[in-house]
Design a protein. Structure first.
Length: 157
C-alpha cells in the first residue's frame, strides 16, 4: 500500500516537474489534516507569492494582504463532507520569501465518508495552474488534483 502511494506521488511529482520544464507553470499545494479528537479539518494552502500578488493586485507584504487572501480563498475553496457544505474559518496567513501559506479550518466534522472539494485557486489568472490537495484522514492518504475544466473533485473513505 505504501509502495503504491509512493509511486502515485512520485508520478504526480514527475509530471509536475516535466511540465514545469517546458511551460510557464503555476501550482498550489494544500494539505488537509483531520483531528478526530476535536472534529476539526485543518487546511494549509501554499502558493507562489508572485502569483498571489497578481491575483490580488497587491504586495503580499502589505498590511491589507491578509484580509485580501482570506476573501480570495473564501471565494475559491469550498468543501462538502457527506453531502453537507462546511463553513471554513480563516485562521491566518504567512508570507515567507516567494511563498504564501494560508491557514483555515472546518469544525464539527465527525465521520467522513465522502469529501468533495471545489478548488479554483488562481485558475482564472493562469491557464496552466494546477492545484494539488493531499488529505490525511484516520491513517489514509488521498490526493486530488484540480485544473481548468476539473475544478471539483471527490474522494471516498
Amino acid at each position: 500500500m505504501k509502495t503504491k502511494r509512493f509511486l502515485r506521488n512520485l508520478s504526480i511529482f514527475s509530471i509536475l516537474l516535466f511540465a514545469f520544464s517546458f511551460v510557464d507553470f503555476h501550482s498550489s499545494m494544500t494539505k488537509v489534516d483531520y483531528n478526530g479528537a476535536n472534529g476539526v479539518l485543518k487546511f494549509t494552502t501554499k502558493m507562489s507569492a508572485p502569483d498571489m500578488q497578481k491575483a490580488l493586485n497587491m504586495d503580499p507584504k502589505s498590511e491589507s494582504f491578509k484580509e485580501a487572501a482570506k476573501n480570495y480563498l473564501s471565494k475559491h475553496i469550498s468543501v462538502t463532507v457527506n453531502g453537507s457544505a462546511l463553513r471554513l474559518t480563516y485562521t491566518g496567513s504567512q508570507v515567507n520569501g516567494e511563498s504564501v501559506r494560508v491557514y483555515y479550518e472546518a469544525s464539527g466534522v465527525s465521520d467522513i465518508q465522502s469529501l468533495q472539494i471545489k478548488n479554483t485557486i488562481l485558475l482564472n489568472e493562469f491557464p496552466t495552474q494546477m492545484n494539488v490537495v493531499n488529505i490525511a484522514y484516520k491513517g489514509q492518504q488521498k490526493t486530488m488534483t484540480f485544473q481548468r475544466g476539473k475544478e471539483v473533485n471527490e474522494v471516498k473513505f
